[in-house]
Design a protein around this ligand. Structure first.
Ligand code: FAD
Ligand code: DLZ
Ligand code: SF4
Length: 510
């Protein structure tokens, strides 16, 4: 069925994949592809400048590739004087412009956008077809079938299902290497003198230069450095980034996956999440290339399994969980955390060197790796009892890879335990000793990770015990926290009082 003027095929800024389902069966003569730059998407949180530049530049490059393929394209730029500034407004205008009777779109990544989309059919009096997003290994409906009737959801078991389903790193029905998970081998600190790879960053063409100028003018007040800008914005460059990772980083990725080093924000990490999340790379091709590196003897199993687990396991799991639990999920606040986000999350102005370095890396690169996000930035917000929605807004704003479907479960569930244990079996709370073991941050800090109380004491130390004491009603019965709660129980009363006092004074001064 076609309308008078053909159908509109809408492609959103995180759907930049030539095989996207909304393009299936396109009538190249009659259909028009609609892409829109809209101010509501650029400002619903104060996105990092590089994040806006990355998405808009990738959108414009993708649009040019569609035109090269002979596809009719209607591309609305941010500075178009007629631009209404919203997805709904732009779809409505486009329906009129093209006298269309159908809109075909792939399901969006975010709940809030899905809500707009579901209104369009009635609001605009046309047929709206929302197709499944087939770029993932699993669909949320498969996840909810898997989750049905389970008392507890755990990533590890969903991951095993995904290994069986895809055959990735499988030897028949058994996992290659005889075990599913090699995480215990992937927790080393960075060995002294370890040579780090030069990371491949990408040049700026005229399209990106134009975007950078526009972002500098229009979003100058948003957080983060705009330049140097080195993200791939085309499929070709994204593939080069993937090859570089597999070649130069994957072999060591596993061993030091959890390590942190001052002035080295990237280490052996993939730096592929922004491209995966906007669709320039497909998760299956990324995992298959990593698997091939194992089979060719280029990378060891602990590295390849550890890497594939992040994408085939965690990435699929958080998406399934997001769609299963939204919209209530975002409202949970299991630990009753209400403190405002400290200003240093935006400025890096704090004597706590780990936080200063991680905020600095974030603002410079629109990127921080997983352990920086979880065990420094997230851990502090957890221990300090920062209100979940404030922490989430920050995480959603500052990372080039941040889209709510992946950001929210990671922040709300994994880092803050605000979901009460749906995502993780215990809070990832840690004292200064963990950060000291996994990084060199403490050597340049005003505080000492060895001191537990007093002016030189690392704030993570007393905040950690105060956090456990404060949240005993919710966490006290958690078996995985039995050991620290036993330690707390035998701690002398005066010491517990002193910890609580120093923690309160610190938090009040935040
Ligand atoms: P690597 O460490 O090299 O991992 C490879 C790939 O695995 C990544 O590209 C990513 O696609 C996937 N991956 C790894 N861990 C996760 C995870 N926990 N959830 C989903 N996918 C994962 N990831 C995002 O893509 N967007 C976010 O907004 C985001 N917010 C996060 C917030 C917090 C508090 C935490 C703890 C994690 C968050 N993550 C997020 C997950 C993870 O930190 C990033 O995916 C990773 O740092 C991206 O860098 P990389 O490509 O170098 O990843
Ligand atoms: C994040 C983002 C930004 C900053 N700008 C746009 C835009 O102008 N146009 C667009 O189509 N998408 C943009 N995006 C990505 C959307 O927010 C994303 O598609 C939704 O979050 C749905 O997942
Ligand atoms: Fe962070 Fe504490 Fe180490 Fe300072 S001493 S860098 S605050 S963990």
């Amino acid at each position: 069925m076609s309308g008078q003027g053909g159908n509109i095929r809408l492609i959103l800024g995180d759907q930049l994949t030539h095989s996207i389902s909304s393009l299936n069966g396109i009538d190249i003569e009659r259909d028009v592809v609609l892409m829109v730059e809209v101010s509501t998407e650029t400002t619903y949180v104060p996105h990092h400048k590089q994040k806006i530049a990355f998405i808009l530049s990738a959108m414009r490059h993708f649009a040019a590739e569609l035109v090269e393929k002979g596809i009719r394209l209607d591309y609305v730029k941010l500075d178009d004087p007629e631009n209404t500034g919203s997805f709904s407004g732009e779809v409505e205008r486009a329906i009129k412009r093209h006298r269309a009777s159908e809109v075909i779109v792939t399901e969006p990544g975010e709940y809030r956008v899905r809500q707009f989309m579901e209104d369009w059919q009635d609001a605009f009096g046309i047929s709206v077809f929302i197709r499944n997003d087939t770029r993932f290994f699993s669909h949320p409906s498969e996840f909810s079938r898997w989750a049905e009737g389970k008392k507890q959801l755990r990533m590890e078991f969903f991951y095993r299902e995904m290994r069986r389903k895809t055959g990735l790193l499988m030897d028949g029905t058994e996992p290659i290497g005889g075990q599913w998970n090699f995480d215990s081998e992937n927790r080393k600190a960075l060995p002294k003198g370890m040579v780090l790879p030069d990371r491949l960053r990408f040049g700026i063409d005229d399209t990106t230069r134009g975007i950078l100028e526009m972002v500098g003018e229009r979003f100058g007040h948003h957080p983060g450095d705009l330049e140097p800008f080195g993200w791939p914005v085309t499929r070709r460059d994204a593939l080069a980034a993937l090859d570089h990772f597999i070649q130069d980083c994957l072999p060591s990725f596993g061993d030091v996956q959890d390590a942190m080093k001052q002035g080295e924000g990237f280490l052996f990490h993939a730096l592929l999440s922004p491209m995966l999340n906007v669709g320039l790379l497909r998760p299956d091709e990324v995992c298959r290339k990593a698997e091939a590196a194992y089979h060719s003897g280029h990378a060891p199993l602990n590295a390849v399994e550890g890497f594939i687990r992040q994408i085939l396991g965690w990435r699929e799991y958080v998406r399934g969980l997001y769609w299963l639990k939204m919209p209530d999920y975002a409202q949970r606040n299991a630990l009753n955390a209400h403190r405002p986000l400290p200003a240093f999350y935006w400025t890096g102005d704090t004597p706590m060197n780990c936080l200063k370095q991680c905020v600095g890396d974030t603002m410079r690169n629109a990127y921080a790796h997983h352990i920086q996000r979880l065990m420094v930035l997230g851990n502090f917000a957890l221990l300090a009892g920062i209100a979940p929605h404030e922490v989430e807004e920050w995480f959603l704003a500052v990372y080039a890879d941040a889209f709510e479907w992946v950001e929210l479960p990671n922040v709300h569930g994994m880092a803050l335990f605000a979901d009460g244990g749906i995502m993780a079996s215990k809070p990832y709370a840690a004292s200064g000793a963990y950060i000291d073991r996994m990084s060199d941050y403490c050597t340049d800090c005003a505080f000492s990770p060895k001191e537990k109380l007093g002016p030189k004491a690392c704030p993570f130390n007393y905040l950690y015990w105060d956090f456990l004491a404060r949240n005993r009603p919710v966490l006290g019965s958690n078996q995985r926290l039995a050991m620290p709660y036993r330690t707390l129980a035998v701690m002398p009363f005066e010491r517990r009082e002193a910890i609580s006092e120093q923690a309160q004074a610190f938090l009040e001064a935040l």
